[in-house]
Design a protein around this ligand. Sequence first.
Ligand code: FMN
Length: 381
Amino acid sequence: MRILLGITGGIAAYKAANLIRAFTEQGHTVQALPTQNALRFIGKATLEALSGTAIDNDMYQDVHEVRHVELGANADLIVVAPATANFLAKLANGIADDLLMNAILASTSAIYVCPAMHTEMWQNPATQANVATLRARGISVMKPASGRLTGSDTGPGRLPETADIVNFVMGQKPLSGMTVTVTAGGTREPIDQVRFIGNSSSGRMGIEIATAYRDQGALVLLIACNIEIPMPLGVEVIRASTVAELDQAMDNPCDIMVMAAAVSDFRIDKPFKGKLPRGEARTIDLIPTSDLIANFAANHTDTFCIAFALVEDGADVEAVSLEKLSAKGVSAVAGNSIGSLGSESSEITLVTKLGTLKRSGTKIELGKWLVEAIYKIMSKV
Ligand SMILES: Cc1cc2nc3c(=O)[nH]c(=O)nc-3n(C[C@H](O)[C@H](O)[C@H](O)COP(=O)(O)O)c2cc1C
């Protein structure tokens, strides 16, 4: 998930460093955006090094890029921590006098605000009225913790612990606590010790689905079959190569199973030991493999199982997917055509008992769409 982290000028601004680390360790991308006053409390170099992104909070730098709109539009969610009393007042009144305020006002993303200030400032009727205004507008404002403040004084107003902020932001996701297994990539069946029967699945579609489930708060197990592209952070990864290894890795109960891996329909009866020499004609006996997702669905009737159907270009994707829906006994079939193999974009025909949905786009877009569509379908069945 892309998080825009606003940091304002309170004593707790230095704690934003821990927050950046916590979010990035979960696999999120953080764009830190400190106010000018925040940079009196924490160095830009620290924020840039930990987030891995450059920071320029000058509203009038690179004006042709209209950065406040870009920053707002590129954020999946906005977190402001710590949030000063001044920030709360500005946001409650729609004041847009720096890059952070402009980016927030220009965004339609969910906003999470974590105030931190002296007890008297927090309890001041002006601050409390601003908090009430923000909450009434659907902005999530976290209650500050109680404890030691800037000096020797104590009371409510302290920035909550990093883990509590992460829970506050991430714990409100629609799929929090759900377990999801996603298989991705393509299996390989050995012919001899160096050759195999494989396929050209890159694993990208499965990776984007796993990423989208992670971003919705699910606990994701990604079973990666011979994937060369990087794995997403914040998901558990098990590597599997053959159909038998994949079958074994899938032996885990879960709420949702997405079978995006391209599984070999055949295996070699007895793979040759060593390397087959050149020159001699050979006959290979191909044995059909078992239908892993059909077996899984039969043995896990409480799991919402999604099979993928790879259909020849020009064939009727919906008809083939419908046929597989009943043949495999799964909850949904995502049909796509061979042309999408290894490509950045695709078209998915999603077939369930409730009807058919279609969507084309990049695999990132399709991953997000599929997760949302399945969520809606699951809440109806
Ligand atoms: C040492 C020091 C600590 C401060 N700590 C806080 C704080 O914790 N919370 C707060 O709301 N303001 C605090 N302030 C006041 C803010 O820095 C001030 O309101 C500033 O205008 C906030 O700017 P910003 O909201 O644009 O970042 C502090 C000021 C100083 C000098």
